[in-house]
Design a protein around this ligand. Sequence first.
Ligand code: SF4
Length: 392
Amino acid sequence: MPVGGGAPVSVQSMTTTKTADSEATITQIYALAAAGADIVRCTCNEPAAAEGLARIVPRSPVPIIADIHFHHEMALAALEAGVHGLRLNPGNLRKEHEIKQVASEAKDRGVPIRIGVNAGSLHPDLYKRFGGATPEALVESARMELAYFEDVGFDDVKISVKASSVPLMIEAYRLASETFDHPLHLGVTEAGPPPGGLIKGTAGIATLLAEGIGDTIRYSLTADPVEEARAGRQLLEALGLRERKGLDLIACPSCGRAEIDVIAVAKAAQQALEERKLPIQVAVMGCVVNGPGEAREADLGIAAGRRRGHLFIKGTIVRVVPEDEMVDALVAEAERLVAEGIDARLAAADAGAAAEAEADRRDLLAGKGVDANASEERIELIRKKYGNHAEG
Ligand code: SF4
């Protein structure tokens, strides 16, 4: 898994199992890889964890990185276990000769190291010197560690300067990208549970990626790490930095024109299409007045009109189906579309579908369609029941 040097941005996550429990850990690694993780990190905090790594590494579908804090012996043990990478925290692994010993050993084995600076565990001297965990302090911590590595001729390094504050993290990475030529690992640390954690992670990571900064990313969520891996993958796909592997569902936010319960239909469609792992873009639109036009770039879509669903491919109506068959029809067409291709499915469009759809659309535009919110009836009812209750 190349990182940096123009390689596609990769997704990382971290196991939450005890690394010593190699069976549970390998199960979680497989789940993370299936959700989109390219690289997985496991803590190596005790000799039993290093033993676990020796069992995990040969069975893992993705490269394994050992996460090291405080004890440089655990870095050496992890190298012995055959890990593909190390992460060292310069804030709590501070002895120069120990750091150099690890770097020399990693160099001999051709194993890269991430210098993982964290605002929350910054070296106390730097905290004092810079008056806090400033962007300059975080970058200086990485620079000092890098200088130790360079002393022993080791340069196979990634750098991270994470913080739980998004503005601080953004500034620190901007400074790091000006200071270092090394690949950068992006993350907002301790972002918390979703949805807040996802928003914080995305705010920091996406801002930097959009500026061309960052080579590998990790969401740090207080959640099942599968959510981290999924979010990382989805972010890269949304930014066009990785090829789409799964479904991309577009759905309108719904509004007063909606002819269906857009939220329920979008959820049902998402669940059914994700289960089938179809790599296409699908749109669910609440009305036919704007739906097919606005979602014309989608491979496939459905829009609601007069209790019927208009199924469209690249904006062209191919079938009109009853409302209660909308999701089933969408899923069936999605499967055929992936199997047969867009041109074949456009050629197989129902004759007359476009004309039927156009009639629905005109009716709705003319205000002759079903009033989904039943406003007129409700107003009539209010007038009847409460019309005589005016104040005074
Ligand atoms: S597609 Fe129709 S229902 Fe959905 S937001 Fe647009 S106008 Fe409203």
